[in-house]
Write a protein that binds this ligand. Structure first.
Ligand code: SF4
Ligand code: SF4
Length: 162
């Protein structure tokens, strides 16, 4: 019996280089334990914005090593809010959010990040915080019985950034 010839369009070529690079960033091949159950999708707020973002699909692309589809200038990964719901849901302890954060770091290394993220980076570089603080912040904290925020050790932060 003759075998059906393979259609080139059906072949998935695993990019092992991308997988290795990602595994180094997250200290382990976390996505390798994903068995595609979809539990991470049910409670993911980022799937409800009418986008194509889906953490299970992200993990599948990681498994296939499809870095070229994930690390794009208009990457859908920025829709992830880092809420950690998927981390709590995953029965395999894949920590999808950690994988996604590492992918975001890879995007940032390439200079691919949206304007609002650039603003957060600049605020962090200048103040050591991700959101600007003002006298209003202190007043709000006082209202809730919280102490004023401690000063940020900027010298240490600059060294860490370097
Ligand atoms: S919940 Fe975990 S195992 Fe299931 S699809 Fe998501 S990452 Fe994979
Ligand atoms: S951390 Fe990201 S991927 Fe995970 S549930 Fe929250 S928004 Fe979805």
């Amino acid at each position: 019996m003759s075998e059906t010839p393979t259609d080139e369009r059906d072949v998935v070529r695993i990019d092992f280089g991308f997988r290795r690079e990602l595994a180094e960033k997250i200290e382990g091949n976390l996505a390798g334990f994903c068995y595609q159950c979809g539990a991470c999708v049910g409670d993911c707020p980022a799937t409800t914005y009418g986008t194509t973002f889906n953490p299970r699909e992200v993990m599948l692309k990681v498994l296939y090593g499809l870095g070229s589809e994930l690390l794009t200038e208009d990457s859908v990964l920025w829709h992830c809010t880092n809420c950690y719901n998927c981390h709590e849901r995953c029965p395999q302890e894949v920590k999808p959010v950690e994988v996604i954060i590492s992918l975001k770091n890879m995007l940032a290394d390439k200079g691919f990040y949206p304007g609002p993220v650039e603003k957060v980076i600049k605020t962090f570089e200048t103040t050591g915080r991700t959101t600007p603080q003002s006298a209003a912040t202190d007043r709000q904290r006082e209202r809730f019985g919280l102490p004023p925020l401690a000063p940020v050790p900027m010298d240490e932060i600059r060294k860490l950034i370097e």
